[in-house]
Write a protein that binds this ligand. Structure first.
Ligand code: GAR
Length: 203
């Protein structure tokens, strides 16, 4: 039995694509990409999932609607699909401590900086790279970590450093961090955690 993985997305889905490509190369032997959940109906990640034959569920939060309702629906979707592990791959919403407590060491996230720099609430997507450039650091990178009740505060699983070039813009830096760090780290960490969950479930 493989660990059944749900990948939660909000946007372009290049990290989802890295997981799909790793799966297709046989590099995810302990995990099954069982479901993609998007909180954005227009996310290109949905196309990528469909093309790869992965079921997609939309879980939208109406403006002003309580987070608890959104999370209750998300929990229903995950349990209907017998999900063991959650990968946040460009998922632009913060999950409550009640939610994350239901999946201890079962949720991982990719963040585009070397945590504890440039992370926490308000640091997502291009903003993270803008902050690194504004600060003037010469090295940044990406981090995969467990998700707990503190935004970007869970135990670190893997990190990779990436050099900043003098002429970088947030966009060029984002692309380099993805290519040199995120798309390598996330599939590896996903396999590592899926293997661990798999052995916990079968013991
Ligand atoms: C990625 O760079 C990911 O690390 C980041 O958003 C981008 C999503 O791209 N996530 C965060 O900033 C979370 N705090 P993708 O949709 O192409 O994978």
């Amino acid at each position: 039995m493989k660990t059944r993985i749900a990948v939660l997305v909000s946007g372009g889905g290049t990290n989802l694509q890295a997981l799909i490509d790793a799966r297709d190369r046989g590099e995810l032997p302990h995990g099954e990409l069982a479901l993609v959940v998007s909180n954005n109906a227009d996310a290109f990640a949905i196309e990528r999932a469909r093309k790869a034959g992965i079921p997609v569920a939309l879980c939208l939060r109406e403006k002003g609607a309580p987070r608890a309702d959104f999370e209750a629906r998300l929990l229903d979707i995950l349990s209907e699909n017998r999900i063991d592990m959650i990968v946040l791959a460009g998922f632009m919403a913060i999950l409550s401590s009640d939610f994350v407590a239901r999946y201890p060491e079962r949720i991982i996230n990719i963040h585009p900086s070397l945590i504890p720099s440039f992370c926490g609430e308000g640091f997502y997507g291009l903003r993270v790279h803008q902050a690194a450039l504004d600060y003037g650091v010469k090295v940044t990178g990406a981090t995969v970590h467990y998700v707990n009740e503190i935004p970007d505060g869970g135990r670190i699983i893997a990190q990779k450093a990436v050099d900043i070039q003098p002429d970088d813009t947030p966009e060029t830096l984002q692309r380099r961090v993805m290519e040199q760090a995120e798309w390598i780290l996330l599939p590896r960490a996903t396999e590592e955690v899926a293997r661990k969950i798999n052995s916990d479930l079968s013991s």
